[in-house]
Design a protein around this ligand. Structure first.
Ligand code: PLP
Length: 403
């Protein structure tokens, strides 16, 4: 067992005052370090969730701690009506390393996507006679606000909290013809995740991405990439759209950009950056405490060799998962970079998640986005040894499952 700080041994474990939103395990997590999470009972867990693909540098990375503490001592919040230095630095590092020209910072991915939808609608008002329809995809996930739930193609989302926000029609992912069929005079754009995350890690094909770019050019509509999950190095490239060599008009970032703190961003190319005063805002937009962390994260990811090591580890993980696929006759393995999934030969992914967590002396935290799919979202700094520990655990639990 691990040692743990005295003060975490007698913490209050009465969770009754918290609003119910979903079933959660009893553990109360008190400390994180790289790929490891520690609970109040002193048990440690190898964390393949990392805050849901959020902690791209792992738990409590020194660069993040330094960015937070330094900035906390200097200036936390001058107000969204004023400029601050970290917001400028972060916007520049983003535009210097992409084809985008303009950045607006938000707190969550959903809020960044709301901004993308608003920007596209504004552009439609100005350039497409008030057109407002956006084509999105079956099984997509864009967030939990009313508009982003309506934009999402997640099963069940269309039935809760009526009425839905109008203006979203759903095509089939990786099926260009299904997109073509939905384009009409009221269309202003196509919005997609270059790698569908919540759907079970399904990468868009290069041909599909390139086909969408061409369709957008032909019909003078906008291509919007939701890179909340796939962006900021997760795919082994700074942004996943770069894999297909295309240039979307709008991109949203979240999760990884903050490395664990609430930060997200809406990016666009100059030509369509058409908000007027009062159209967009938010109390915490671009606050220096968060944007200073974002800058530290981007600086780290852009260091020489960082993305190469992500690609090498991704290849290693992919190869090792393929060995399991062969060994146990599983369906397959897929993903880009360190966003990967293992496709099982039955609906036992939830069992594996529970058993992995309950293992001793340490547990492994996994996610099952589908009954037959396990998803892996390690930190981009995961070690080969930690990848091996995952594979050993999977081998043990799949073997047990089959006996
Ligand atoms: C997580 C996620 C969101 C929502 O981000 P929040 O920060 O939870 O609002 C949007 N799009 C994608 C692709 C995501 O993975």
């Amino acid at each position: 067992m691990t040692t743990y700080p005295e003060e975490t041994q007698n913490i209050d474990t009465d969770t009754n005052s918290l609003m119910y939103i979903v079933d959660r395990p009893d553990n109360i997590f008190v400390r994180g370090d790289g790929m490891w999470l520690y609970d109040n009972k002193g048990k440690k867990y190898l964390d393949y969730l990392q805050g849901w693909a959020v902690n791209c540098l792992g738990h409590s990375h020194p660069a993040i701690i330094e960015a937070l503490t330094k900035q906390a001592n200097l200036l936390i919040n001058p107000s969204p009506a004023f400029y601050n230095e970290p917001m400028i630095k972060l916007s520049k590092i983003l535009t210097d390393n992409s084809h985008f020209d303009k950045v607006f910072f938000t707190n969550t991915g959903a809020e960044a996507n709301e901004g993308a939808i608003k920007l596209a609608r504004k552009w439609g008002q100005k350039n497409k006679k008030g057109a407002f329809e956006i084509i999105t995809f079956i099984d997509s996930f864009h967030g939990r606000t009313l508009a982003t739930m309506s934009a999402s193609g997640k099963a069940g989302f269309d039935k809760i909290f009526p009425p839905k926000v109008e203006g979203f029609v759903k095509a089939e992912f990786n099926n260009l013809d299904s997109v073509k069929l939905l384009i009409n005079d009221n269309t202003i754009g196509i919005m997609l995740e270059p790698i569908q995350g919540e759907a079970g890690v399904i990468p868009a094909s290069k041909e599909f991405m390139q086909g969408l770019e061409l369709l957008c050019r032909e019909h003078n509509i906008l291509l919007i990439c939701d890179e909340v999950q796939s962006g900021c190095g997760r795919s082994g490239h700074l942004f996943a759209y770069q894999i297909s060599g295309i240039k979307p008009h709008i991109m949203t970032l979240g999760k990884g950009i903050g490395g664990g703190v609430p930060l997200a961003a809406l990016l666009s190319i100059e030509e369509i950056s058409c908000f007027e005063a009062g159209d967009q805002g938010g109390t915490y937009n671009g606050n220096p405490l968060m944007t200073n962390v974002g800058f530290a994260v981007l600086e780290t990811i852009l260091q020489d060799g960082f993305l190469t090591q992500v690609q090498q580890k991704a290849q290693y993980l992919s190869d090792e998962l393929k060995v399991l696929v062969k060994e146990f006759n599983l369906v397959g393995e897929r993903g880009e970079g360190l966003l990967r999934a293992l496709l099982l030969d039955g609906d036992y992914a939830k069992n594996i998640v529970i058993q992995a967590k309950n293992m001793t002396p340490y547990g492994v935290l996994l996610n099952a986005p589908r009954p037959n799919v396990l998803r892996f979202m390690p930190s981009l700094t995961v070690s080969y040894e930690e990848l091996d520990l995952l594979i050993i655990t999977l081998r043990e639990l799949i073997t047990a499952q089959k006996n």
